[in-house]
Structure formats: C-alpha cells, structure tokens
Design a protein around this ligand. Sequence first.
Ligand code: ADP
Ligand code: MG
Length: 699
Amino acid sequence: MSAGGGRTQLDAPVTALPGVGRAGAEKLERLGIETLGDLLLHLPFRYQDRSRSIPINELTAGQECLVTGQIVASNIAYGRRRSLTVAVDDGTGRLTMRFFHFAPRQRNAMRTGVWMRCFGDVRAGPNGLEMAHPEYRLHDDEPPPATGTLTPVYHATAGLATTRIRTCVERALARCEDVHLSRFDDAAFADFADLMAAIRTLHAPPQVDQENIRKARSRVALDELTGHYLVMKQSQALLQAQTTLPLPSHRGLGRTLLDQLGFRLTRAQARVTSEVLNDLAAERPMMRLLQGDVGSGKTVVAAFAAIRAAENGCQTAVMAPTEILAEQHFETLGAWLPPLGIGVCLVTGRQSAVERRARLAAVHEGRDLVVVGTHALFQAGVAFHKLALAVIDEQHRFGVHQRMALRDKGCVPHQLVMTATPIPRTLTMALYADMDISTIDELPPGREPVRTRLVAMPRRAAVIERVGRTCAQGRQAYWVCTLIEDEGGSQSAANVESSGSAERPRQNAAEATFAELSATMPDLRLGLVHGRLSAAEKSAVMAKFKAAEIDVLVATTVIEVGVDVPNATVMVIDNAERLGLAQLHQLRGRVGRGSGRSECILLFEPPLSALAQQRLATLRDTNDGFEVAEKDLALRGPGDILGTRQTGEQAFKVADLAADHALVSKAVALGNRLLAEDQAMARLIVDTWARGEVDYATV
Ligand code: ADP
Ligand code: MG
C-alpha cells in the first residue's frame, strides 16, 4: 500500500527538529505535542492577514492589520507613563503608533518623512485610533505593495510563543515532505485528496483564500471524525471478541417486581427492558446506551437488569455521578430489591471508615449483590465477589473514555450506560459507534406536560405569590438560583441586595433568595441547598424535602440531575437566561414527575440577548428532550450538550461537531467503506489520530 509513505517521520520526537532541545520539548508537551505528527496536527486557530495594507480611514478598533504610511510627527508624550508617539499618514488619514519602551536609536530612526509599515492591533487611544507596539519596518521610499499571505496563529503556552511554534511547524513540514497520509478521492475536497495537502495548506496557505482554507479544514475534520469512528468500531470489535458471564433468564424474579411495582411499564420501558435482558443472556459483554428523557423511568430498567444478575448469583455495581443521586438510587433499589431477597448496599465517601469497611466486606463476600455508589468510589477500587453488570448513570458527567474501565478479575462486565441527555441521532452514530442504543421515547402515563412560562424580573413578586398558593394546596416547589455567590466571593449576596443599584445585574445568590422568600412567605417552610454544604448537610435537606417537611427548596443547580420528588409541581428558575438549554431542560425535569399539572417559570432579567431569547422560547414551546437537544446543537454546539466542555474533556482536536455536523454521516459512511474495502487505509487514519490508544493489530 503506497499510502502512508514515510509515516515513521511523524513519530519522530520533536527534539529531532533543529533548535528544539529538552526545554523546548517540555514546553511543547504542555500543548500535547510530543512528535512531529502532533506538531503538524496542532493547527492554527486563526490567521493574520499581512497581504495588504488597510487604508487608515477604514480602520476600526479591535482590528489586527497592516498599515503603510509616512511619518508626519514624532513626540514624547508624558501621560501616566512616558511614551513615544509617532503619527503616520497614508493619504487617507492619520494613525498614532505608541511605544512605551524604545531605544534612542529607534526614536532617531523614526524621523518625519520616513515610510513606516506596521502590523498590530488597532485600539482607541486618547486622541483617536492607535497601535501600541506594532511590529514595524522603516523604508526610505514608499515600499512596494505588500505581498505575502496569511500568517498562521497558534495556541501557545507560557514560554512558548506562537512565533516559535510557527518556526517548529515550518521545520516539521520541511522534514515531512515525503509523508503521505490518507487519501480520499472525493469531489468535495478536490485539492486535498491527500490529508497532508490539507495540513500543509492550513499551516502555510499559498494564497489568501478563506474558502480554500475552510475546505482544507473540513478535509482534516473529516479525517479525524472517520478516525474516531474507526476507533469506536475497533473497540466494539475488541469487546465482542471477549467473553463474560452470561446471565440467562432464571427464576422469574423480574415478574415478581413487576407485580409489586404499583405501576405498569410503558411500552417503551418494556421494549427496552427486553433488549437489555436479551443482551445479558449472551456471553459477549453487553455495551448498551439507554437514552431516555428525564422522568422517562430508566431506573426500573436498571432494576430488572440487576435482578437478572442476582438471579444468576452475580453482582451489579450502580454508579452515580453525585452522592445525592447515589442515595436516591439506593433508596429506590433498596425498596424494590430486598423484598425479592436481593441485598442492596450503599457505599459513599462520607461513611465512616469503619462503616465503609463493613459494607465493602459484605460486597467482597457476596452478601450484597447490588452495590450503589459514586463513580469516584468505584474508581478507587472495590473488590467484588462476582461482578457481572455495571450500571452507569448519567454518562455525560464522566466523559466518554471510561466505558471499559471497570473490570472484575480480568473480566469485562456487561455495561448499561444511562443518559438523560438526549443526543441527536447523527452524533450518536459517531460518538457511540461502539454501543448498542435503546431509547425510551415515551413518558409514563398520566404525566401532563410541564407548562413553561417566561416571566420578566419586574414581575417577580407575582411569581412568589404563585409559589405561595401552590404550597398552600399541599404541593411543593423548587426555587433554583443560578449563582450561589460571586466566584471571588467579592460580591456577597447581601452586598448586591443592599446596593440596590438597578444597573448592576442582579446576582440572585441562593442565600439572598432564601432570605427574601423567608421574609415574604413567613408561613412556609423553606430549605436551602447549595454546593458549599457538606454532603451530609445536603442530603439531610433533600430528605426533608422528599418527606414534605419543606415546602420550598431554594437550591443552586446542584439539584440538576435525577432528584425525584413527585409532589413538587412548581419550579422557578431565577435568571434562567444564564443557563444553557440542556441544563434548563434537565432542571425542568425535576417537576412533572407525579400526576397533576406542573409548571416551570423561567424568570429572566430583560433585555434578553437574541440567543437567550431563542433558548427560553425553545423551552416554552417544547417538552421533548430530543427537540431541545437538536436546537441546543444548533445554538451552542455539542461540547455543551455532552458536557465535555464542563469536564474539560475535548474529544476532538480539529472537528467541531456543531460546525461539522454534516461531516459526521460522511465519516460514518467512509469508515464503513474502509473497514470493508481498505483496511490499510483504515489503519493509517487510526494511526494519525489515535496512535497508541488502541492496538489495531490485535483486532
Ligand atoms: P429517569 O428516567 O429520569 O431516571 P426515574 O427512573 O427516576 O426516571 O422515574 C421517574 C419516576 O417515574 C419515578 O418516580 C418512577 O417510579 C416513576 N415511573 C417509572 N416508570 C413508571 C411507569 N411506567 N408508570 C408510572 N410511573 C413510573
Ligand atoms: Mg435517573
């Protein structure tokens, strides 16, 4: 296979480049760059245009550009700091160049009449527009029109400027002259059949042609998406080649739970449950993603799976992202399973060491067959008796690369990943290509859709009254505040409240709101939860709310996931304009969980930005999580949807799932074709993007 000639060049360490020693290599490593290949894939995030001079009368502040003119004045200005100012005139207007540091020689060279070509940022100065410390060159006569092309700008790091990276990349490109990477003959990328051609164009655009650059970037993104898809397919193949404990149908304990539940499964729940149970009966490990909107009833599906494992004498680990959620799962499963003779235990970080050791011993000896805990806890390592199933709730909180992390005695358990974040179908294909997918696309009966209203802050008093009326009828309410305190702690809630400044954005700290509501609704019992409470304090408050000993729960977004209190029928979200669509939808899912009409009130501070307006209107107009997800993807991008941005995890180097949405299905088709027809090319692409992550040879 000719493709991939010279690939080994790319694996050479950066120290192979002239001028890069150990210190330089260490700095590059901070950017994730270890090899020449990494360097080449460190693409510029923008370009400087030095290809033409911009007329001074067309400049605007904030612009970065080239200006050419003649020096008409040169002065030392004594302001707060001494500076040299040089006025340049290009016939259309004058621009001031300002230098705070300058040598006498420099100053003497900048004489009236000399031509000056400058590149820098235009900003507003005390006397009109100026450039501070531009890069410049002096000419005795008028210089010829600028030539040159776009100069790449790279993400840099301390001690490693973008110019230095530029030099390294240039040298790496020179060394990799003979390297060829993947080759797609696709009309859409005419000039970039070879990936290396696209990479070269991005680092050193031959001409100023934004469209060409965009095409090159798409070509690289397509390669990366295809690589990701191929890796997923490989890990799926690896998994399918393994065996695990098959969990065949046994004693019919599931039927007993069904009879005792007090509700009937929705058709979607029944379908999904049988998909899961079918998988479990097989020898190859299940790898299934269970998608279902908040409140769609995923927990009971997990319960049936755990029962199946228990019937076979095997253990189930249930992992939750937070302590509150772990406790809730423990409570639910702890009510359903022990009557069937299945022991359930909770292991949390806040139990005393003695208590935890006792629980872990029970797990180790196999006395408890279902173990609920936080993800962190399982990562610390739990010794199981016979683990056959892992249920992982709210996957997006964990990131996407830990699916196979849990093993017991070298054996991969069956895995059921549950997510309440509806993922648009196109993304599912690319991101979860290694999983089978089950979707609960129906809510339990009797649930009326939550009615969502947008209310502007000036009508806050009416909202408080509404909450009061609801609670007077024996219902409960959530009041969610988007901030607890200013991060620096500089503006405590009290300060903001007492400042009374109308201009200042209201920072409705949960504590201030708690005080406000306590004062206006003295008859109601209020609770407060926020992230700074200890886990024990938090769950004490939650328990009271669940037991209806609290009417209004004032909370920060810590209650976001999974909390289940059916009697709560009103949710107020303060400053809803601050939150993203996915998060708002998650929050709203806390109400509408029982029978009876629920309401979600989105309190916002006018005026709304166009984007915020679209977000809030989307929520008002639909309760469908998938619709919300599609809209969210269009408005914000999938990093937010999948939570990767929050967790700081970046799945892709180049591809941007929002911008490159259309490329996803192309990558899937291409990946499938390569798997069938051109394994060598498939391997080359995987090597480009995931060198060392998977062992292709073993598949
Ligand atoms: P989620 O999918 O958000 O995790 P849960 O599993 O917490 O949803 O279920 C939400 C609520 O709906 C729980 O109180 C649960 O007992 C209840 N529930 C689940 N399935 C049904 C059903 N088929 N009929 C009625 N209520 C149900
Ligand atoms: Mg749940």
